[in-house]
Each structure stands twice: as structure tokens, then as C-alpha cells.
Design a protein around this ligand. Structure first.
Ligand code: GLC
Length: 767
């Protein structure tokens, strides 16, 4: 029977479409963002979106007989009977069209005999048959033959998600992550599409377990399904993929300016932190071998029996002295914190949490216990504000010791005696609910608490790394892709994975360089440190029990090549920092796939082994063992080989020479790169001079400068420099002046000469 659209009512920018059964609400947030909402009896608060994002937007709404039509300056939405919604851009190009047919589940070849056997072996037959609980729902959209998909956060596999299906249920699965994995540690349900050349986004804001099939089941439709929750999704338009991302990050937030040192190299390994002596040995070697590095990570063994917010005493002198000592050598210390609190009556954090009722409970009202690193452990109920505040306060312990950032791990949450059952009692703020609803935002809320603690007690821009995340976590934390392995398949996957995270709002992300599990080889490690050169988070990390993978353990030439790339990384830090500044304004990622910059070029829709950094840098890492040359596709425009200055015309594939010490690297012609100094680590002192390298002859570039540490930039304490090159002349102007440490000298390196400027009387004067 048809579910008739009877009429509509308007409440400001909310349109209530009155259907025979229940209403469907469309809320116009901006000319390019429309929320589609159907109340299915769940609380409607969002963890991804903070604050009211609605801006005053003009729109028309008209009853057109067979449908109701809503028009903003940028989008047209047509609502029909049966809650069918079609979305077009302002020119009438179809973007998101509800599917009118019915789904045909993938043929699993499960005949009766098979099902009987499966049942006798204890399998959930209902599940095998694709049957669902009563709260389950599906949203099915029409799929065009040329439609391409991106986004969805950290999912494994290739850049373009068409033909694949994924689950959103944060999961710690220690097996080697391959493209058949449907889920990983994060749930970031932002889907970006390009349909007939027209970009769009859909953000499904539902924390319950959900599934996205992007044309795996059928060539005619793609669909989203969730086991429970409201229908709550956002239609996102924009004239380009970039604008869609800018709109999405307007909605869910942007990566804030990091502390500058966080862009430096970071060294880690599970096992170092068992003793101060071992950590000091690593620090000593990094300096001895002239390897620039800013951060040492302490994994779980620095704690006293894996009790969070404690420090072991047997193998460390006073931690504050140790941390000070490391700082003197130019290293900052990051400590890991897991959510699982050891069940131990003599332990303050456990006692306090227990007394205050801060841990999640089994349905019978007793505190829920599972096993993590410390053995029996209990889990803070991070959905509650008081619990987040308590956790934030606990972070003070680490801040006071001098720790520079916190690495939140195991926060899916992971547990060793099976997954936390879905009916364990959690809170959605003050509302009593279950793990089933709060699972996917557990890591998000832990990261938020950590961010708030670091901000409050350090006054610095918080440096948090989290493994689990939800859409919007980018406001609080950087992420890494969890436990990869020392496999060529995983250095290959780094590129699509970080590019999709970037397009999903997570511009600050990285992989475990060298691979976490399994044993690396000198060649794999070398190609990884090269290929990850522009990975926003640049950290080598490995599992205990795997072969050591610090650069010096392999001798030459690995050590020298590794050193060469660490030094090169620091040269690019000012450019990366500028990119973070631009990202904080636009939401556009630092590391990005070619499709984001060249969305009209179908050649790059499936480009898995090249990436760009901002607009001006293109790199084509070698991610195959034994390869010493490779094909590089250069998109439209002119490109300059970074190493030898040779120019190439784009829309062309070239063969690049790539011996083991060479990362194929190209700079867009007419680009300027701020060029960092050769340093062992990022200093807290303001730079007195800055160098710009010019590639080409006509270009203008804006460079950002602030103190790289705290929030003063939000009060205007920063400078913007315009560097302009045209007709052989160079001009430098302070386009905005708010930070009292202007560079005293600026050097501009052109292809054939250097131009030096001195700062006098508020101006840059050529020497
Ligand atoms: C998890 C993390 C890994 C860490 C280990 C021990 O496996 O993903 O990075 O080293 O736990 O804390």
C-alpha cells in the first residue's frame, strides 16, 4: 500500500512531511546541508556535531501535485509518497535518488541442507538468511553506472569504495588487515560520491551498528542499514568534492591547529618503556646517529602493573626528572592510556570510580568486568559528562609530570574475554542505555575527555592520539590506523587509508611506519619511511616480540637513507604546518588523493599508489618489493621533478627512476614551499629567519606563523606573510600581523638566485 505524503508543515527551517504513518523531517541547515530525520524512539543528540549548525537560509517549498519540492540556492529536494526523496543540485543534476525497487540480497547459495547444517553447528541462521530485528532499517539509493565512492574513514582496501561493503562497529581484530575486512577501529560514516561528475556527501549519524554496501550487492543501488536508532542523515552538496568536505567538516568539526613539534618524527615500540634505561638508550641512539626526532612514546609497560595514571617505580627514577632529562635532549614524552581500569581494591582510580559509580554495569547492576592488559578490568562510562570530567582530571597527573600528549588505545573498547555484551548498561549523557548504542562512540568520548583534560591542565593545544573514533573525533584527536603488519600490502594500503581518513575529516592521521606486527625488512622499512614522508603523523611503532625496527639496527644503507628522509621531513614541516592552518579553515586534508584535486579526471578515480600534499606536492612512493622505477601519472598542469628540476607536462604517465634511496616527488610548477631548517627537533623558540623555495616563475603564496604551542593564535597572535614572485621580482608583505616575533630575515630561493629580505620598520626590504 502506498504511504501517502499528505501535506507538509513548516517550523522555521524545519519542514515536516506528514506521511500517513509517521512524519519525516527535513531541516535546512545551510543552502548545502539538509538533515533528513525520522524519530524512531531514540534520543536525537549527536556526538559528531556540537552546537547548532543551522544558519539562516532562504528556501522555497511548493506542493507540485505528485511531490513536494524544496529549493535552496544550491539544492533541490523532491519528496514523494512512500518517503522517497530525490536530491538534485541547483542545475537539476541528480545527486542522491531513492531507489524504487527492492533489494535482492547477495546470493549466498544457502539451500535448506546447508542451513540445517549451519544451525546444527551453532550458527545464527537468521543472520545467514539476512533476517533482522524489528528495529532494523535500510536506506536504499539508486546507483549510476559511473558512480564512485570515497570516505568512510579507516576502512581497509582501495581508495574507491565502489563494489565493496563495510560495517561500522569499532573492532580490534589482530589478524593481518586485508581488503576483505569489513570493519576496523573506527566508525566514520561519511560517504562521498561522484555521480556523473557531480559530487555529494551523505553523513549517516547513527551510533548503532550499521552497514554500507556500495554496489557490492547490486549495480542498481547502494544502501545503508542500521540495526536500530533513528533515521538521521545529512545530505551534503557543494560545487566540488572539496566543497562537500568543507561542508561536512563545518558540520562535524575540523582538526584544530596542532603544536608544531607534533609534525616531527616520532619513535615508538612496545617494550622500550619497561625501563628508563631502555628509553634513554633509544634517545641516545637517535642523537648519536643524527636522526631528527621530537617524540618518544611510552607504551603500557611504563605503568605500575598496567594501572592507568600510575608510573612504575622499580625501573624509573622520579618520572618528572626523567621527562625533564629527555626534554633537554629535545624529546617529548607521550604516554599511552587505556580505558580498562584494573580491578584492584588497593588502587585509587579503581576505588574512586567505583565509589562514584563511574563504571559501566552488567544488567544485574553489578560493575561489569572483562579482561584487558592489567587482567580483570572495569570500564569508565564515557558517555556521561561527570565521567569525562573525572577522566580529564586524571590526565592532570601526567601533565604535571611533564608528559606532552596522551595516546588513547584499546578504546573500541577491546576486551580479551569476548566483546562487551550489547546489553551492558552505558549512558548517553544522562539517559540510561546500552553498549549497543554507545559502542561506536566509546573511543570518541574517551578522546574528548582526554582533549579536555590536556587543554585545561596544560594550556597547550592537546596532542591526543586515539585508535577508536567516530565522526567528529577529529576535533579532539589525531588517529593512527592501529595494528598493521610489516607487509608490503600494508605500506600499499597506507595511501588509500590515510587519503580516505583525510577526506572523512581526519586530516591528522598516520600508520605504524615499518609495520606493527611481524618482522620488517630493511627494504620495507626504507620504502615506508619514504612513502610516509608527508603522513601527518610520522611515527615508527612496532609490536613487542617483533624484530627491532629502529633505523640503526639494519646498518647501511638503511640508516643513511632513513636519516635523509627524516631530515627532508623537517624541511617540509613549515609547509605541513601551513597546510594545517589551511585545513583548520577549510577542512581539506593535508595528505589527499589525486581525485580530491582533480575530480574531473577519471584517470585518478582509482589512484591507489600516489598522493598529494595540499595543492602543490605529488608523490608516487615505491610500494612494491624490488622495484627501482615506476610509472607516475601526473595530472593536468606542469610538474617539476623535486630532485633534478626536470619539467613535465601533466595528463601524462612518465617512468620515474626510483632506486632504493629515492622517493619519486614532484612539485606543481608555480609553487612556493616554505623550507624548514636542518634541526634535530622542533624548537619552542620562535624562528628568526625563514626560507622560501620557488618552483616556477609566477606565483603567490601565503605563509602562517604562530608560537606553535598554545591557544594565543585564537586571540589574533599570528602572522600571515604573502610571498609573491612575478616577472623576476619578489615581494614580501605581512598580510596580517599579530605575533610579535616576525622573521628578522627572509630568504627566497629562485631557480637561479637568492633574494634576501631584512625586516625593518614593519617592512621586508630587499638587501
Ligand atoms: C595495541 C595497540 C598497540 C600497542 C599495544 C600495547 O595493540 O594498537 O599500538 O603497542 O596495544 O599497548
Amino acid at each position: 500500500m502506498t504511504n501517502k505524503l499528505i501535506n507538509f508543515t513548516k517550523d522555521g527551517q524545519k519542514i515536516i512531511l506528514n506521511y500517513q504513518d509517521q512524519p519525516l523531517e527535513l531541516t535546512i541547515l545551510t543552502p548545502e546541508i539538509i538533515r533528513v530525520f525520522q524519530d524512531r524512539g531514540n534520543a536525537s543528540n549527536s556526538y559528531a556535531i556540537e552546537g547548532d549548525k543551522k544558519i539562516k537560509t532562504d528556501f522555497d517549498i511548493e506542493d507540485k501535485g505528485d511531490h513536494t519540492e524544496i529549493t535552496t540556492e544550491k539544492l533541490i529536494v523532491k519528496a514523494y509518497d512512500d518517503k522517497k526523496i530525490d536530491v538534485y543540485d541547483e542545475k537539476g543534476d541528480p545527486l542522491i535518488m531513492d531507489y524504487r525497487g527492492t533489494r535482492t540480497p547477495i546470493d549466498r547459495q544457502m539451500d535448506k541442507e546447508h542451513l540445517k547444517l549451519a544451525e546444527s553447528e551453532g550458527h545464527d541462521v537468521k543472520k545467514l538468511l539476512g533476517m533482522h530485528d524489528e528495529n532494523y532499517y535500510e536506506i536504499i539509493k539508486t546507483l549510476a553506472s559511473d558512480e564512485q565512492f570515497y570516505g568512510l574513514g579507516d576502512k581497509t582496501g582501495f581508495l574507491n569504495k565502489r563494489h565493496y561493503a563495510y560495517d561500522n562497529w569499532n573492532t580490534d581484530n589482530p589478524d593481518p588487515q586485508v581488503e576483505s575486512f569489513t570493519r576496523l577501529y573506527k566508525s566514520i560514516p561519511i560517504l562521498l560520491g561522484i555521480k556523473n561528475g557531480h559530487p555529494y556527501g551523505i553523513f549517516f549519524d547513527n551510533t548503532y551498528r550499521n552497514h554500507i554496501d556500495l554496489g557490492k550487492e547490486s549495480n542498481n543501488y547502494y544502501y545503508y542499514s542500521a540495526v536500530d536508532g533513528n533515521v538521521d542523515y545529512y545530505i551534503i552538496g557543494g560545487d566540488s568534492l572539496k566543497e562537500v568536505i568543507t561542508n561536512y567538516t563545518y558540520l562535524t568539526g575540523r582538526v584544530p591547529m596542532p603544536q608544531k613539534w607534533a609534525l616531527g618524527y616520532q619513535q615508538s615500540r612496545w617494550g622500550y618503556s619497561v625501563s628508563q634505561k631502555q628509553v634513554e638508550k633509544i634517545a641516545e641512539n637517535l642523537r648519536k646517529y643524527d636522526l631528527p626526532c621530537d617524540v618518544l612514546h611510552l607504551d603500557i609497560d611504563y605503568m605500575d602493573g598496567y594501572r592507568v595514571f600510575t608510573w612504575r617505580k622499580d625501573t624509573y627514577e622520579a618520572p618528572e626528572d626523567f621527562i625533564k632529562k629527555m626534554r633537554k635532549l629535545g624529546f617529548r614524552i607521550i604516554t599511552i592510556i587505556d580505558p580498562g581500569v584494573k580491578k584492584d581494591d588497593g588502587y585509587k582510580i579503581y576505588q574512586e570510580g567505583l565509589e562514584k559509580g563511574y563504571f559501566v554495569k552488567a544488567p544485574d547492576g553489578t560493575v561489569y568486568v572483562n579482561e584487558v592488559w592489567p587482567g580483570d578490568a572495569v570500564f569508565p562510562d564515557f558517555g556521561r559528562k561527570q565521567v569525562r570530567e573525572w577522566w580529564a582530571k586524571n590526565c592532570k597527573y601526567l601533565v604535571d609530570l611533564g608528559v606532552s600528549g596522551i595516546w588513547d588505545d584499546m578504546n573500541e573498547p577491546a576486551s580479551f574475554r569476548g566483546e562487551v555484551p550489547e546489553d551492558v548498561v552505558f549512558h548517553n549523557e544522562d539517559e540510561k542505555t546500552t553498549h549497543r548504542k554507545m559502542h561506536n562512540v566509546y573511543g570518541h568520548n574517551m578522546a574528548k575527555a582526554t582533549y579536555e583534560g590536556l587543554k585545561k591542565y596544560s594550556g597547550k593545544r592537546p596532542f591526543v592520539i586515539t585508535r577508536a573514533a567516530y565522526a567528529g573525533t577529529q576535533k579532539f584527536s589525531t588517529v593512527w590506523t592501529g595494528d598493521n603488519q610489516s607487509l608490503w600490502a600494508h605500506v600499499q594500503m597506507m595511501i588509500p587509508q590515510l587519503c580516505n581518513l583525510g577526506m572523512s575529516g581526519f586530516g591528522f592521521a598516520g600508520t605504524d611506519i615499518g609495520g606493527f606486527g611481524a618482522d620488517t625488512t630493511p627494504e620495507l622499512l626504507t620504502r615506508w619511511i619514504e612513502g610516509a614522508l608527508f603522513s601527518p603523523l610520522y611515527r615508527n611503532h612496532a609490536d613487542r616480540g617483533t624484530r627491532s625496527q629502529e633505523p640503526w639496527v639494519f646498518g647501511e644503507p638503511t640508516l643513511s637513507i632513513y636519516r635523509k628522509y627524516l631530515k627532508l621531513r623537517y624541511r617540509f614541516v613549515p609547509y605541513l604546518y601551513d597546510e594545517f592552518y589551511r585545513e583548520s579553515k577549510t577542512g581539506l586534508p593535508i595528505m589527499r588523493p589525486l581525485v580530491l584535486n582533480y575530480e574531473n579526471d577519471p584517470h585518478v578515480y582509482n589512484m591507489n599508489d600516489e598522493y598529494m600534499v595540499g595543492e602543490d606536492i605529488l608523490t608516487a612512493p615505491v610500494v612494491q618489493e624490488g622495484q627501482t622505477e615506476r610509472a607516475v601519472y601526473l595530472p593536468e598542469g606542469e610538474w617539476i621533478d623535486f630532485w633534478n628540476g626536470v619539467e613535465y607536462s601533466g595528463k601524462n604517465t612518465i617512468l620515474a627512476d626510483a632506486p632504493i634511496d629515492k622517493l619519486p616527488l614532484f612539485i606543481r610548477k608555480n609553487a612556493i614551499l616554505p623550507w624548514g631548517k636542518e634541526v634535530s627537533h622542533i624548537s619552542d623558540e620562535p624562528d628568526k629567519t625563514m626560507t622560501f623555495r620557488v618552483f616556477g616563475d609566477k606565483v603567490k603564496y601565503t605563509h602562517y606563523q604562530d608560537n606553535g604551542l598554545d591557544f594565543n593564535y585564537q586571540n589574533g597572535e599570528y602572522n600571515l606573510y604573502d610571498v609573491e614572485v612575478a616577472d623576476g621580482h619578489v615581494k614580501i608583505k605581512l598580510a596580517y600581523q599579530g605575533y610579535a616575533h616576525e622573521y628578522q630575515q627572509i630568504i627566497v630561493k629562485l631557480a637561479d638566485r637568492e633574494v634576501v629580505f631584512d625586516y625593518c620598520d614593519g617592512e621586508y626590504v630587499e638587501k
